[in-house]
Design a protein around this ligand. Structure first.
Ligand SMILES: *Cc1c(COP(=O)(O)O)cnc(C)c1O
Length: 404
């Protein structure tokens, strides 16, 4: 008889269990986290690590922010889910508060980021057919190379990453790919059937790539000139990550639709949304789209607490000020194992020259710092926005030591 409780298992046993019983669709670092608070996590052996990944922005407010846990616990004691068959008392207020925060007119609630992107695609197509006059079922959407918008079959249909696509076809038609940062190529790809352009204002998965200055304003201009919707995927870049509410705000550009996710659920549960123009989102009629868990009471209560945290501007300011410090410090490493640093605010892609991102992540883990590689030799850093300057120094010093 094995009487070992799961919590008493060693780190290696947990890794082995995952290896044996879970699909192998991730390649996690061999750290087994048991607890977390703010910017710090503790593994099953009691070792503490500084979390410089923050769940790819899902944990913008750190682990277990008291206001978010408090809102969740309070709501758990009242109501979790009704389905959208009935109204509940968190739904309307959440939609109103999110629309007001984002300066938009309407909200479509979903759960995961991929669902928000799928929803934006469906809405844009319907708008093109119904309002713009594109012949039904022929709408096209322009996307950019090296995009990351999620993992559904339609979304991977326009991925340019072979790992994301190979073997998963047949693919959904209706997408045209143009290079990131190239507004002329985008303009040339527009036809009478173009419904929308879908862009990450800063590409996260591709290595925290910031497009050339003026590119996003030019995308906006091209969309306006051709009656095409600008859909900004701000699932990773939005909600204070880059020092402003949206990454688009740095360029003074507004999108017609924004997809939101990750931090919208405060690291507590999946909450996503499409927010934007009423004349676009308003094309949906009862029965045409939905999700059993979308807009559930618990999600809305946590989402409302997230909106409250963002409405003070405190986290945007932290990201701006501390992000400048992070980029200053990382800049010191250029020429010392680093070829370039990309990003904005508390968000950085660090291109390594002396080792792979995986190797650097493993060495950092040994030193009690967690972050993760993206695409080969780039390390992605996205500290929770509650991180302190001293903690950033600790992380960058660890990276310097690993690279020396
Ligand atoms: C993470 C992410 C998604 C997908 O979100 P999921 O919740 O993982 O489905 C979509 N777009 C961007 C830009 C992302 O970073």
């Amino acid at each position: 008889m094995t009487a070992t409780a799961p919590t008493a298992a060693s780190a290696q046993q947990h890794v082995d269990l995952a290896d044996q019983w879970s699909t192998h669709n991730y390649h996690p670092l061999p750290v087994v986290v048991a607890e977390a608070d703010g910017a710090w996590v503790t593994d099953v052996r009691g070792k503490r690590y500084l979390d410089l990944l923050a769940g790819y922005s899902a944990l913008n407010f750190g682990h277990r922010h008291p206001a978010l846990v408090g809102a969740a616990v309070e709501q758990l004691g009242r109501l979790t889910l009704t389905s959208r068959a009935f109204h509940h008392d968190q739904f309307g207020p959440f939609c109103q508060e999110l629309a007001e925060l984002t300066g938009t007119e309407m909200v479509l609630t979903m759960n995961t980021g991929a669902e928000a992107v799928e929803s934006a695609i469906k809405v844009a197509r319907k708008w093109a057919h119904q309002v713009k006059g594109v012949p039904v079922d022929t709408a096209e959407i322009i996307v950019v190379g090296d995009n990351f918008h999620g993992r559904t079959t339609t979304i991977i249909s326009f991925s340019t990453d072979p790992d994301a696509r190979t073997g998963f076809g047949p693919f959904t038609p209706g997408f045209t790919v143009v290079p990131f940062g190239d507004a002329a190529a985008l303009a040339a790809a527009i036809t009478e059937r173009t419904a929308a352009v879908l862009v990450e204002p800063i590409q996260g998965e591709a290595g925290v790539r910031v497009p050339p200055t003026g590119y996003l304003a030019e995308v906006r201009r091209v969309c306006d000139a051709n009656d095409v919707l600008f859909i900004a995927d701000e699932i990773q870049s939005g909600l204070a990550r880059t020092g402003t509410l949206f990454a688009l705000d740095h360029e003074g550009v507004r999108a017609d639709l924004y997809t939101l996710g990750k931090a919208l659920g405060g690291g507590v549960l999946p909450v996503s949304a499409v927010v934007g123009r009423r004349d676009v989102l308003g094309v949906l009629r009862p029965g045409e789209h939905g999700s059993t868990f979308g807009g559930n009471a618990l999600a809305c209560a946590v989402g409302r607490a997230v909106v409250r945290l963002l409405s003070t501007g405190e986290f945007q300011d932290r990201s701006k000020v501390l992000g400048a410090h992070l980029h200053d410090r990382l800049g010191e490493l250029v020429g010392r194992g680093v070829s370039a640093v990309h990003g904005r605010g508390l968000w950085a892609g660090v291109d390594l020259t002396s080792m792979t991102g995986r190797r650097a992540s493993e060495a950092l883990m040994e030193r009690g710092v967690l972050c993760k590689e993206t695409h080969g030799s780039t390390l992605r850093m996205a500290p929770p926005l509650v991180v302190t300057e001293a903690e950033i120094d600790l992380g960058v010093d660890a990276l310097a030591a690993v690279l020396s």
